[in-house]
Design a protein around this ligand. Structure first.
Ligand SMILES: NC(=O)c1ccc[n+]([C@@H]2O[C@H](COP(=O)([O-])OP(=O)(O)OC[C@H]3O[C@@H](n4cnc5c(N)ncnc54)[C@H](O)[C@@H]3O)[C@@H](O)[C@H]2O)c1
Length: 467
């Protein structure tokens, strides 16, 4: 059992602390009193609601409360940890560069308050080389002669499934250029997971692995989205193509869903950050730049489909949005495509009726969209808005509750329009909806409704492919 201090009680810090506390003694440090008090209340059972919504997290924290200490006092935080994990925010600036001020502040605090030898690992997503900067900051501010090493341990959890992702990771990537420290980190993770999943490497490779992983996943999505636009234009079905390529084990099944684009706190931020990092280092990273560009275009493509159905005039329309979090089961709205659609609609004079299965997502939407006050209604029930002369329903994330909507409720709509931003409705249901008079639009599956224009294709081939 090791003593560990975690800097940052956010989407990464709290689940990580809860997970580590299964076998290690953990102190969570965050200067934000509200967050620390909130976790305390969860531990003592006063509340079940954490400041972040994560399935199974309150239970796991409570289960291991004997191994958890919480503090807003930096001195207490650094009493005697063997390992320190930094998981503070690295929000992007206008050019996409990760802001390192919170990481640097944490490094200064460590230098000023460390009372024993320690290994410091950065979990925040940072530009490669940051660990060397943290090492410099600590070395030049350290009050006494403690031995310390700085490494990197990027986090790959996904919001909404953080507890499970941490419990059963595909691999644990970590890097440290100090061989003795690397051995100790290996020991630390072996204690939790056994050796099979461990992936030790150099510090800088570990930092870059995080960006490489998120960029390739985002690229898979953008690739499918560009194929989806081609599907709509020729009458193919992206779902069928997805199935066809997913069965190729070289490609794999995951991250092949076409949709109105990827959002969240990681993919958009990390792709922009690494593209900018490449540019600053004279390496263009053109593929990642295209991934970003496609993601920006696809949401416009989807929003334009809605607008076109109303002949460009969305004024006075009532449109419902099911799922406002950037994905199902999260309260996190950062870079949510559903929020982008909602704002697009409200900017064009539509009243938006917003529902999400996560209450925190609705609260966050209300807080973050004060400028649209009066232009939206928050709905606590999935079907409450169907008494409101709806002109359309947008499916904003992939929650299973949205996959089989109640037909009797849908039929109450004033205009029968369904916009499936996450392509979650199956072909059979789409055909049924079409028979019932619904207009169904998605990204790359319009053919289910429209079929293929064979004559046009034959004409096109005769004209362009016969030289
Ligand atoms: N959210 C994700 O799904 C996810 C996944 C993988 C990696 N990451 C990366 O992990 C990092 C943290 O992300 P997050 O989503 O948890 O951020 P977050 O904003 O939810 O939490 C960051 C926390 O750090 C605290 N903090 C700021 N300065 C501090 C300091 N000096 N000492 C201690 N705490 C301090 C803040 O009060 C806040 O509670 C980011 O670099 C992010 O890119 C996030």
């Amino acid at each position: 059992m090791s003593k560990v201090t975690i800097f940052g009680a956010g989407y990464v810090g709290v689940p990580t602390a809860a997970h580590f506390s299964r076998t290690h003694q953990i102190t969570i440090y965050d200067p934000d009193e509200q967050k620390i008090n909130n976790i305390r209340e969860v531990l003592d059972g006063t509340t079940h609601e954490l400041h972040i919504h994560e399935k199974g997290l309150p239970e796991l924290l409570r289960e291991n409360r004997e191994n958890l200490k919480l503090t807003t006092d930096i001195k207490e935080a650094l009493e005697d940890p063997e390992f320190i994990f930094i998981s503070v925010g690295t929000p992007p600036n206008a050019r996409g560069r990760a802001n390192l001020k919170y990481v640097c502040k944490a490094a200064e605090q460590i230098a000023a308050n460390l009372k024993n030898d320690a290994i410091i690992l950065n979990k925040s997503t940072v530009p490669p080389g940051t660990a060397y900067m943290v090492q410099d900051i600590i070395a030049s501010n350290l009050k006494t002669d403690f031995k310390f090493a700085v490494g990197s341990c990027p986090e790959f959890l996904a919001e909404g499934s953080a507890v499970e992702d941490l419990r059963t990771p595909d691999r644990i990537v970590y890097g440290c250029d100090d061989p003795e420290a690397l051995r100790k980190i290996t020991e630390f993770f072996s204690y939790l997971h056994g050796k099979a999943t461990l992936c030790p490497m150099s510090t800088i490779s570990s930092e870059l692995t995080k960006y490489a992983a998120n960029s390739i996943l985002a690229t898979k999505i953008s690739f499918m989205n560009s194929m989806a636009v081609l599907c709509d234009s020729i009458g193919a079905n992206i779902r069928e193509i997805q199935e066809g390529i997913a069965r190729d084990s070289r490609i794999g099944r995951k991250f092949l869903n076409a949709s109105m684009g990827y959002g969240g706190s990681c993919f958009p931020k990390d792709t922009r950050a690494i593209a900018e990092y490449g540019r600053l280092n004279g390496v263009p990273l053109s593929l990642i730049k295209s991934t970003i560009a496609i993601n920006e275009e696809i949401i416009e493509y989807f929003a334009n489909k809605i607008q076109d159905d109303f002949n460009g005039d969305l004024k006075g329309k009532n449109i419902a949005i099911w799922g406002i979090g950037f994905k199902a089961r999260t309260d996190d709205l950062r870079e949510s495509k559903a929020v982008e659609v909602a704002r697009f609609l409200m900017d064009h004079g539509t009243h938006a009726f917003i529902f999400d299965t996560v209450k925190g997502a609705l609260t966050n939407f209300e807080i973050e969209n004060q400028q649209y006050k009066g232009k939206f209604t928050i709905c606590q029930d999935q079907y409450q808005m169907f008494d409101q002369d709806l002109d359309g329903l947008v499916i904003g994330n992939e929650h299973e509750k949205f996959r089989n909507p109640k037909m009797s409720q849908l039929k109450k709509m004033r205009a029968l329009n369904i916009y499936d931003g996450k392509n979650i409705l199956n072909n059979q249901l789409i055909r049924q909806l079409t028979q019932e008079g619904f207009n169904y639009k998605s990204v790359g599956k319009d053919t289910v409704v429209n079929g293929v224009d064979k004559d046009r294709l034959v004409h096109f081939l005769r004209e362009k492919y016969m030289d």
